[in-house]
Design a protein around this ligand. Structure first.
Ligand SMILES: Cc1cc2nc3c(=O)[nH]c(=O)nc-3n(C[C@H](O)[C@H](O)[C@H](O)COP(=O)(O)O)c2cc1C
Length: 186
């Protein structure tokens, strides 16, 4: 189902960012083309080298790539993708998406994406339950984005509750279900 599908994977600054490596691995195994966009904060949690190696493509992080003025075109990226997934999605990036902020490559690409967007949040349980975060989820849903709900369990903080990033298998399944139902299977 994911064969030759172009997937933009946004990775945010969360302790769950290591799971993005497993997600990339599974998407590539399913023969999807995966372009990773890391936020600056995400690269504190997982290296671009890991994700570039697994996705077989250079990872993008900033608008401007080097001192020669080579830049990553967020508009083209947004048009290239068949689906955009943000996993893990931080409270910060979710707030940006919900409110039209555009101060990094990931949020600019989000605003440019015409494809369906899937947002898989990960955060501590009190952050997850905060009315502000819940209101931002509702906004994203109102834009037609799909929230892949965080799971329950033990969190990195040691607290137990909802906030664990959905497992990579579940995220892949959501994408497969989307493409199976969209008629975009060729
Ligand atoms: C150790 C550590 C773990 C963090 N985990 C999360 C998390 O799981 N979810 C979250 O929303 N923010 C988390 N944060 C806070 C984000 O990293 C911070 O809000 C950052 O600005 C997010 O930037 P980004 O949205 O550009 O990736 C964590 C911070 C630290 C230091």
């Amino acid at each position: 189902m994911l064969r030759h599908k172009k997937i933009l994977l946004g990775v945010c600054g969360s302790i769950a960012a290591y799971k993005a490596a497993i997600l990339v691995r599974q998407l590539v195994k399913a023969e999807a083309e995966v372009q990773v966009i890391l936020t600056a904060s995400a690269s504190d949690f997982i290296t671009p080298l890991t994700l570039a190696t697994l996705s077989k493509r250079p990872v993008l992080s900033s608008f401007v790539q080097d001192e020669r003025g080579v830049w990553a075109n967020h508009v083209e990226l947004g048009l290239w993708a068949d689906a955009m997934v943000v996993a893990p999605a931080s409270a910060n990036s979710i707030a940006k998406f919900a409110n039209g902020f555009c101060d990094n490559l990931l949020s600019a690409t989000y605003l440019s994406a015409r494809c369906p967007v899937f947002v898989a949040p990960a955060m501590d349980l009190d952050m997850y339950q905060h009315p502000s975060v819940q209101a931002n989820f509702a906004k994203l849903r109102s834009y037609g984005n799909q929230i892949i709900e965080a799971g329950y369990g033990e969190l990195a903080s040691g607290l137990i509750g909802q906030g664990r990033l959905a497992e990579p298998e579940e995220i892949v399944q959501v994408l497969e279900n989307y493409f199976a139902g969209s008629g975009k299977n060729v």
